[in-house]
Design a protein around this ligand. Sequence first.
Ligand code: FAD
Length: 375
Amino acid sequence: MKVAIVGAGIAGLTTAWSLTKRGVDVTLFEQGPIPNPLSASGDQHRLMRRAYGDDDGYSRLITEALEAWDELWEDLGECHYAGRGVLAFNQFPNDGGSRFASSLKRGGFSFETWSPQEAAERYPYIDPNRVRRVHYMAEGGALLCQKIGASIARWLNENGALLRPETRVTAVDAAAGKVVVEGGEEAVFDKVVVTAGAWVLKLFPELAGTLTICRTAAVYLDPPDDLKAAWDTSPAVQNVGGNVVGYILPPAGGTELKFAAGVNKRLAQDPDADRIAAPGEGELLRDLFVAPIARVQEYKVKRVVTCAYTFTEDHRFYSHPKGKALVVSPCSGHGYKFGASVGRRVADGVLDGDMDLLLRWLRSEEHRPRQPAMA
Ligand SMILES: Cc1cc2nc3c(=O)[nH]c(=O)nc-3n(C[C@H](O)[C@H](O)[C@H](O)COP(=O)(O)OP(=O)(O)OC[C@H]3O[C@@H](n4cnc5c(N)ncnc54)[C@H](O)[C@@H]3O)c2cc1C
Protein backbone atom coordinates (compact mmCIF):
# COMPACT_ATOMS: atom_id res chain seq x y z
CA MET A 1 0.00 0.00 0.00
CA LYS A 2 1.30 3.48 -0.93
CA VAL A 3 0.23 6.42 1.22
CA ALA A 4 0.97 10.11 0.74
CA ILE A 5 0.84 12.43 3.73
CA VAL A 6 0.54 16.17 3.11
CA GLY A 7 2.00 18.21 5.99
CA ALA A 8 4.74 17.29 8.48
CA GLY A 9 3.35 18.84 11.66
CA ILE A 10 2.88 16.49 14.57
CA ALA A 11 -0.20 14.83 13.01
CA GLY A 12 1.56 14.09 9.71
CA LEU A 13 4.80 12.96 11.34
CA THR A 14 3.11 10.55 13.75
CA THR A 15 0.79 9.17 11.06
CA ALA A 16 3.91 8.53 8.96
CA TRP A 17 5.59 6.86 11.97
CA SER A 18 2.66 4.57 12.69
CA LEU A 19 2.11 3.56 9.04
CA THR A 20 5.84 3.03 8.39
CA LYS A 21 6.02 0.77 11.45
CA ARG A 22 3.32 -1.39 9.90
CA GLY A 23 5.15 -1.78 6.60
CA VAL A 24 3.29 0.85 4.57
CA ASP A 25 5.13 2.71 1.81
CA VAL A 26 4.90 6.34 3.02
CA THR A 27 5.77 9.61 1.23
CA LEU A 28 5.56 12.71 3.44
CA PHE A 29 5.27 16.09 1.70
CA GLU A 30 6.08 19.30 3.59
CA GLN A 31 6.08 22.79 2.11
CA GLY A 32 8.86 23.98 4.47
CA PRO A 33 11.69 22.30 6.38
CA ILE A 34 10.92 19.31 8.62
CA PRO A 35 10.12 20.26 11.31
CA ASN A 36 8.69 23.58 10.10
CA PRO A 37 8.95 26.44 12.63
CA LEU A 38 5.90 28.11 11.03
CA SER A 39 3.65 25.11 11.68
CA ALA A 40 1.50 24.92 14.82
CA SER A 41 3.76 22.05 15.90
CA GLY A 42 6.98 23.97 15.31
CA ASP A 43 7.29 25.91 18.57
CA GLN A 44 9.69 24.87 21.38
CA HIS A 45 7.14 23.26 23.67
CA ARG A 46 3.50 22.40 24.25
CA LEU A 47 1.55 21.50 27.34
CA MET A 48 0.53 17.96 28.37
CA ARG A 49 -2.30 18.06 30.91
CA ARG A 50 -5.05 15.82 32.31
CA ALA A 51 -7.56 18.47 33.48
CA TYR A 52 -9.80 19.50 30.61
CA GLY A 53 -12.25 22.11 31.87
CA ASP A 54 -15.74 20.72 31.35
CA ASP A 55 -14.64 18.19 28.74
CA ASP A 56 -14.27 14.85 30.47
CA GLY A 57 -13.95 12.99 27.15
CA TYR A 58 -10.54 14.45 26.27
CA SER A 59 -9.45 14.11 29.90
CA ARG A 60 -10.08 10.36 29.69
CA LEU A 61 -8.20 10.13 26.36
CA ILE A 62 -5.03 11.41 28.05
CA THR A 63 -4.34 7.87 29.27
CA GLU A 64 -4.14 6.63 25.67
CA ALA A 65 -2.19 9.76 24.67
CA LEU A 66 0.51 9.11 27.29
CA GLU A 67 0.72 5.45 26.37
CA ALA A 68 1.17 6.35 22.67
CA TRP A 69 3.96 8.84 23.50
CA ASP A 70 5.68 6.03 25.46
CA GLU A 71 5.51 3.79 22.37
CA LEU A 72 7.03 6.61 20.32
CA TRP A 73 9.87 7.28 22.82
CA GLU A 74 10.66 3.55 22.76
CA ASP A 75 10.94 3.58 18.95
CA LEU A 76 12.92 6.82 18.85
CA GLY A 77 15.28 5.62 21.56
CA GLU A 78 14.91 8.99 23.31
CA CYS A 79 12.22 10.77 25.31
CA HIS A 80 11.32 14.42 24.65
CA TYR A 81 8.87 14.94 27.47
CA ALA A 82 9.60 16.95 30.62
CA GLY A 83 7.08 15.44 33.04
CA ARG A 84 7.35 18.22 35.62
CA GLY A 85 3.64 18.23 36.48
CA VAL A 86 1.24 21.15 36.10
CA LEU A 87 -0.04 24.05 38.22
CA ALA A 88 -3.33 25.92 37.98
CA PHE A 89 -4.00 29.21 39.76
CA ASN A 90 -7.43 30.09 41.09
CA GLN A 91 -8.09 33.86 41.18
CA PHE A 92 -11.89 33.94 41.42
CA PRO A 93 -14.87 31.51 41.43
CA ASN A 94 -15.36 29.38 38.31
CA ASP A 95 -12.19 30.59 36.56
CA GLY A 96 -9.81 28.21 34.78
CA GLY A 97 -8.05 27.29 38.01
CA SER A 98 -11.31 26.35 39.65
CA ARG A 99 -12.43 24.29 36.61
CA PHE A 100 -9.04 22.51 36.72
CA ALA A 101 -9.91 21.22 40.20
CA SER A 102 -13.51 20.29 39.26
CA SER A 103 -12.33 18.38 36.18
CA LEU A 104 -9.86 16.30 38.20
CA LYS A 105 -12.34 15.68 41.00
CA ARG A 106 -14.99 14.42 38.55
CA GLY A 107 -12.47 12.08 36.94
CA GLY A 108 -11.16 10.81 40.30
CA PHE A 109 -7.61 12.04 39.60
CA SER A 110 -5.46 13.12 42.53
CA PHE A 111 -3.95 16.57 42.91
CA GLU A 112 -2.77 18.89 45.70
CA THR A 113 -4.10 22.31 46.71
CA TRP A 114 -1.75 24.89 48.21
CA SER A 115 -2.46 28.17 50.00
CA PRO A 116 -1.13 31.33 48.28
CA GLN A 117 1.71 31.59 50.83
CA GLU A 118 2.68 27.94 50.45
CA ALA A 119 2.66 28.26 46.63
CA ALA A 120 4.79 31.45 46.71
CA GLU A 121 7.31 29.79 49.04
CA ARG A 122 7.73 26.93 46.58
CA TYR A 123 7.64 29.15 43.47
CA PRO A 124 8.46 32.76 44.37
CA TYR A 125 7.41 34.02 40.93
CA ILE A 126 3.79 33.73 42.22
CA ASP A 127 2.23 36.86 43.77
CA PRO A 128 0.40 35.43 46.82
CA ASN A 129 -1.87 38.50 46.95
CA ARG A 130 -3.34 37.75 43.52
CA VAL A 131 -4.38 34.08 43.98
CA ARG A 132 -6.92 32.38 46.25
CA ARG A 133 -5.32 28.95 45.93
CA VAL A 134 -2.95 26.97 43.67
CA HIS A 135 -3.53 23.42 42.46
CA TYR A 136 -0.75 21.04 41.51
CA MET A 137 -0.96 17.73 39.63
CA ALA A 138 2.14 15.56 39.32
CA GLU A 139 1.04 14.15 35.96
CA GLY A 140 1.62 16.38 32.90
CA GLY A 141 4.32 18.81 31.83
CA ALA A 142 5.96 19.95 28.60
CA LEU A 143 6.35 18.14 25.29
CA LEU A 144 9.51 19.35 23.54
CA CYS A 145 8.09 19.80 20.04
CA GLN A 146 11.14 20.84 18.04
CA LYS A 147 13.11 17.88 19.36
CA ILE A 148 10.14 15.56 18.75
CA GLY A 149 9.79 16.74 15.14
CA ALA A 150 13.50 16.34 14.37
CA SER A 151 13.63 12.96 16.07
CA ILE A 152 10.62 11.51 14.22
CA ALA A 153 12.04 12.82 10.92
CA ARG A 154 15.30 11.02 11.64
CA TRP A 155 13.42 7.81 12.53
CA LEU A 156 11.37 8.01 9.32
CA ASN A 157 14.51 8.46 7.23
CA GLU A 158 16.13 5.47 8.91
CA ASN A 159 13.06 3.29 8.51
CA GLY A 160 12.35 3.70 4.83
CA ALA A 161 9.76 6.51 4.59
CA LEU A 162 10.34 9.07 1.84
CA LEU A 163 10.52 12.62 3.23
CA ARG A 164 9.92 15.48 0.79
CA PRO A 165 10.71 18.76 2.63
CA GLU A 166 10.36 22.08 0.75
CA THR A 167 7.76 20.44 -1.51
CA ARG A 168 4.42 22.19 -1.52
CA VAL A 169 1.39 20.20 -2.62
CA THR A 170 -0.75 22.40 -4.88
CA ALA A 171 -3.66 20.01 -5.47
CA VAL A 172 -5.07 16.70 -4.25
CA ASP A 173 -7.34 14.77 -6.62
CA ALA A 174 -9.29 12.81 -4.02
CA ALA A 175 -11.05 10.51 -6.52
CA ALA A 176 -7.78 9.44 -8.18
CA GLY A 177 -5.52 9.56 -5.11
CA LYS A 178 -3.32 11.97 -7.03
CA VAL A 179 -1.00 14.54 -5.48
CA VAL A 180 0.33 17.47 -7.54
CA VAL A 181 3.31 19.45 -6.24
CA GLU A 182 4.65 22.90 -7.09
CA GLY A 183 6.47 22.64 -10.41
CA GLY A 184 3.86 20.21 -11.76
CA GLU A 185 5.19 16.81 -10.64
CA GLU A 186 2.33 14.34 -9.99
CA ALA A 187 2.11 10.98 -8.24
CA VAL A 188 -0.74 8.54 -7.53
CA PHE A 189 -1.26 6.83 -4.17
CA ASP A 190 -3.69 4.33 -2.66
CA LYS A 191 -4.51 6.87 0.05
CA VAL A 192 -3.71 10.54 0.67
CA VAL A 193 -3.78 11.77 4.27
CA VAL A 194 -3.98 15.56 4.49
CA THR A 195 -2.63 16.95 7.78
CA ALA A 196 -2.04 20.46 6.46
CA GLY A 197 -2.91 22.40 9.62
CA ALA A 198 -3.98 26.00 8.99
CA TRP A 199 -3.19 25.66 5.27
CA VAL A 200 -5.86 22.95 4.72
CA LEU A 201 -8.40 25.33 3.14
CA LYS A 202 -5.98 26.03 0.27
CA LEU A 203 -6.41 22.37 -0.75
CA PHE A 204 -9.98 21.79 0.46
CA PRO A 205 -11.80 25.17 0.36
CA GLU A 206 -15.14 23.41 0.88
CA LEU A 207 -14.17 22.90 4.55
CA ALA A 208 -14.23 26.65 5.21
CA GLY A 209 -17.61 26.36 6.98
CA THR A 210 -16.26 23.70 9.32
CA LEU A 211 -12.69 24.84 9.98
CA THR A 212 -11.80 28.39 10.95
CA ILE A 213 -8.25 29.75 10.81
CA CYS A 214 -6.91 31.82 13.69
CA ARG A 215 -3.68 33.64 14.40
CA THR A 216 -2.09 33.98 17.82
CA ALA A 217 1.28 34.71 19.41
CA ALA A 218 3.39 33.62 22.36
CA VAL A 219 6.19 35.55 24.06
CA TYR A 220 9.57 34.19 25.17
CA LEU A 221 10.85 35.93 28.28
CA ASP A 222 13.97 36.33 30.36
CA PRO A 223 12.88 36.37 34.04
CA PRO A 224 14.66 38.41 36.74
CA ASP A 225 17.87 36.65 37.87
CA ASP A 226 16.61 35.87 41.36
CA LEU A 227 13.57 34.01 39.93
CA LYS A 228 15.43 31.92 37.35
CA ALA A 229 16.01 28.96 39.66
CA ALA A 230 12.28 28.79 40.48
CA TRP A 231 11.34 28.73 36.81
CA ASP A 232 14.06 26.17 36.01
CA THR A 233 12.36 23.62 38.28
CA SER A 234 8.76 24.79 37.87
CA PRO A 235 5.90 22.64 36.66
CA ALA A 236 4.09 23.93 33.57
CA VAL A 237 1.31 26.40 34.39
CA GLN A 238 -1.83 25.13 32.71
CA ASN A 239 -3.99 28.06 33.72
CA VAL A 240 -3.10 31.31 35.46
CA GLY A 241 -6.75 31.79 36.45
CA GLY A 242 -8.68 35.02 36.02
CA ASN A 243 -10.04 35.66 32.55
CA VAL A 244 -7.03 35.74 30.19
CA VAL A 245 -6.86 31.94 29.62
CA GLY A 246 -3.13 32.26 30.15
CA TYR A 247 -0.63 29.41 30.35
CA ILE A 248 3.12 29.18 30.85
CA LEU A 249 5.74 26.73 29.67
CA PRO A 250 8.84 26.76 31.88
CA PRO A 251 12.39 26.25 30.61
CA ALA A 252 12.86 22.48 30.30
CA GLY A 253 15.25 20.30 28.31
CA GLY A 254 16.92 23.27 26.60
CA THR A 255 13.74 25.28 25.98
CA GLU A 256 12.98 28.81 27.24
CA LEU A 257 10.28 30.43 29.40
CA LYS A 258 7.13 31.12 27.35
CA PHE A 259 3.86 32.93 28.18
CA ALA A 260 0.77 32.65 25.96
CA ALA A 261 -2.90 33.52 26.37
CA GLY A 262 -6.13 32.40 24.73
CA VAL A 263 -7.52 35.96 24.70
CA ASN A 264 -4.79 36.90 22.25
CA LYS A 265 -6.26 34.73 19.43
CA ARG A 266 -7.94 36.37 16.43
CA LEU A 267 -9.55 35.24 13.16
CA ALA A 268 -7.24 35.03 10.13
CA GLN A 269 -7.89 34.61 6.40
CA ASP A 270 -4.41 33.49 5.38
CA PRO A 271 -2.06 31.42 7.58
CA ASP A 272 0.96 33.08 5.95
CA ALA A 273 -0.21 36.67 6.62
CA ASP A 274 0.40 38.67 9.81
CA ARG A 275 3.26 36.39 10.92
CA ILE A 276 5.58 39.19 12.05
CA ALA A 277 4.82 40.42 15.56
CA ALA A 278 3.82 44.07 15.91
CA PRO A 279 6.11 46.39 17.93
CA GLY A 280 5.16 46.07 21.60
CA GLU A 281 3.13 42.87 21.07
CA GLY A 282 5.41 40.91 23.41
CA GLU A 283 5.08 43.44 26.25
CA LEU A 284 1.27 43.50 25.85
CA LEU A 285 1.15 39.73 26.03
CA ARG A 286 3.49 39.61 29.02
CA ASP A 287 1.48 42.20 30.93
CA LEU A 288 -1.67 40.06 30.71
CA PHE A 289 0.05 37.95 33.40
CA VAL A 290 0.33 40.76 35.96
CA ALA A 291 -1.98 38.62 38.06
CA PRO A 292 -0.74 36.35 39.50
CA ILE A 293 2.90 36.58 38.32
CA ALA A 294 4.90 38.87 40.62
CA ARG A 295 7.05 41.66 39.12
CA VAL A 296 6.00 40.71 35.61
CA GLN A 297 7.27 43.96 34.09
CA GLU A 298 10.81 42.99 35.11
CA TYR A 299 10.67 40.07 32.65
CA LYS A 300 12.54 41.00 29.45
CA VAL A 301 10.92 40.15 26.12
CA LYS A 302 13.32 37.97 24.10
CA ARG A 303 11.09 37.32 21.10
CA VAL A 304 7.50 36.81 19.99
CA VAL A 305 6.45 33.81 17.91
CA THR A 306 3.27 33.87 15.86
CA CYS A 307 1.19 30.85 14.99
CA ALA A 308 -1.69 29.91 12.67
CA TYR A 309 -4.06 27.09 13.58
CA THR A 310 -7.53 25.69 12.90
CA PHE A 311 -10.64 25.64 15.06
CA THR A 312 -13.94 23.79 14.84
CA GLU A 313 -17.04 25.38 16.32
CA ASP A 314 -17.20 22.99 19.28
CA HIS A 315 -13.37 22.78 19.62
CA ARG A 316 -13.33 19.05 18.89
CA PHE A 317 -10.90 17.46 16.47
CA TYR A 318 -12.14 16.71 12.98
CA SER A 319 -11.65 14.29 10.09
CA HIS A 320 -13.19 14.28 6.65
CA PRO A 321 -12.89 11.32 4.25
CA LYS A 322 -13.27 12.13 0.58
CA GLY A 323 -12.57 9.47 -2.07
CA LYS A 324 -9.03 8.22 -1.47
CA ALA A 325 -8.21 11.29 0.64
CA LEU A 326 -8.61 11.74 4.37
CA VAL A 327 -8.35 15.24 5.86
CA VAL A 328 -7.43 15.26 9.55
CA SER A 329 -7.52 18.38 11.73
CA PRO A 330 -6.57 17.67 15.34
CA CYS A 331 -6.23 21.20 16.62
CA SER A 332 -8.64 23.80 18.11
CA GLY A 333 -5.57 24.81 20.11
CA HIS A 334 -5.20 21.58 22.10
CA GLY A 335 -4.08 18.79 19.75
CA TYR A 336 -0.35 18.48 20.33
CA LYS A 337 -0.62 16.41 23.50
CA PHE A 338 -2.56 13.77 21.55
CA GLY A 339 0.06 13.75 18.76
CA ALA A 340 1.31 10.17 18.98
CA SER A 341 -2.17 8.76 19.63
CA VAL A 342 -3.65 10.74 16.72
CA GLY A 343 -1.00 9.26 14.41
CA ARG A 344 -1.81 5.71 15.53
CA ARG A 345 -5.57 6.23 15.21
CA VAL A 346 -5.29 7.84 11.77
CA ALA A 347 -3.05 4.99 10.63
CA ASP A 348 -5.67 2.50 11.95
CA GLY A 349 -8.35 4.34 9.97
CA VAL A 350 -6.26 4.29 6.79
CA LEU A 351 -5.70 0.54 7.16
CA ASP A 352 -9.13 -0.66 8.34
CA GLY A 353 -11.26 2.01 6.65
CA ASP A 354 -13.39 2.65 9.76
CA MET A 355 -13.88 6.37 9.31
CA ASP A 356 -16.80 6.60 11.77
CA LEU A 357 -14.65 5.16 14.55
CA LEU A 358 -11.84 7.59 13.72
CA LEU A 359 -14.14 10.62 13.82
CA ARG A 360 -15.79 9.51 17.07
CA TRP A 361 -12.37 9.02 18.67
CA LEU A 362 -11.12 12.39 17.42
CA ARG A 363 -14.23 14.00 18.91
CA SER A 364 -13.47 12.17 22.20
CA GLU A 365 -16.76 10.25 21.96
CA GLU A 366 -15.07 6.83 21.72
CA HIS A 367 -13.15 5.41 24.69
CA ARG A 368 -12.91 1.69 23.98
CA PRO A 369 -9.34 0.38 23.83
CA ARG A 370 -7.79 0.65 20.40
CA GLN A 371 -7.68 -2.42 18.13
CA PRO A 372 -4.52 -1.85 16.04
CA ALA A 373 -5.08 -2.52 12.33
CA MET A 374 -2.48 -4.41 10.30
CA ALA A 375 -1.30 -3.50 6.80
C1 FAD B 1 0.01 29.12 20.38
C2 FAD B 1 -0.47 27.69 20.42
C3 FAD B 1 -0.37 27.00 21.61
C4 FAD B 1 -0.80 25.68 21.67
N1 FAD B 1 -0.64 25.01 22.84
C5 FAD B 1 -0.94 23.71 22.90
C6 FAD B 1 -0.65 22.99 24.09
O1 FAD B 1 -0.13 23.55 25.05
N2 FAD B 1 -0.96 21.66 24.13
C7 FAD B 1 -1.53 21.05 23.06
O2 FAD B 1 -1.81 19.86 23.17
N3 FAD B 1 -1.78 21.70 21.91
C8 FAD B 1 -1.49 23.01 21.80
N4 FAD B 1 -1.70 23.69 20.65
C9 FAD B 1 -2.27 22.99 19.49
C10 FAD B 1 -1.19 22.22 18.73
O3 FAD B 1 -0.09 23.05 18.47
C11 FAD B 1 -1.83 21.72 17.43
O4 FAD B 1 -2.95 20.92 17.78
C12 FAD B 1 -0.88 20.85 16.61
O5 FAD B 1 0.41 21.39 16.55
C13 FAD B 1 -1.47 20.71 15.20
O6 FAD B 1 -0.63 19.88 14.44
P1 FAD B 1 -0.93 19.60 12.93
O7 FAD B 1 0.06 18.61 12.50
O8 FAD B 1 -2.37 19.30 12.76
O9 FAD B 1 -0.72 21.01 12.18
P2 FAD B 1 0.63 21.82 11.91
O10 FAD B 1 1.60 21.61 12.99
O11 FAD B 1 0.28 23.22 11.57
O12 FAD B 1 1.23 21.11 10.62
C14 FAD B 1 0.72 21.28 9.34
C15 FAD B 1 1.90 21.15 8.38
O13 FAD B 1 1.41 21.02 7.05
C16 FAD B 1 2.30 21.73 6.19
N5 FAD B 1 1.54 22.01 4.97
C17 FAD B 1 0.40 22.71 4.88
N6 FAD B 1 -0.03 22.77 3.60
C18 FAD B 1 0.87 22.07 2.88
C19 FAD B 1 0.96 21.78 1.49
N7 FAD B 1 0.04 22.22 0.63
N8 FAD B 1 2.02 21.05 1.05
C20 FAD B 1 2.95 20.60 1.93
N9 FAD B 1 2.91 20.87 3.28
C21 FAD B 1 1.88 21.59 3.72
C22 FAD B 1 2.63 22.96 7.01
O14 FAD B 1 3.78 23.61 6.53
C23 FAD B 1 2.80 22.38 8.41
O15 FAD B 1 4.13 21.98 8.63
C24 FAD B 1 -1.33 25.03 20.53
C25 FAD B 1 -1.43 25.73 19.34
C26 FAD B 1 -0.99 27.04 19.28
C27 FAD B 1 -1.09 27.76 17.97
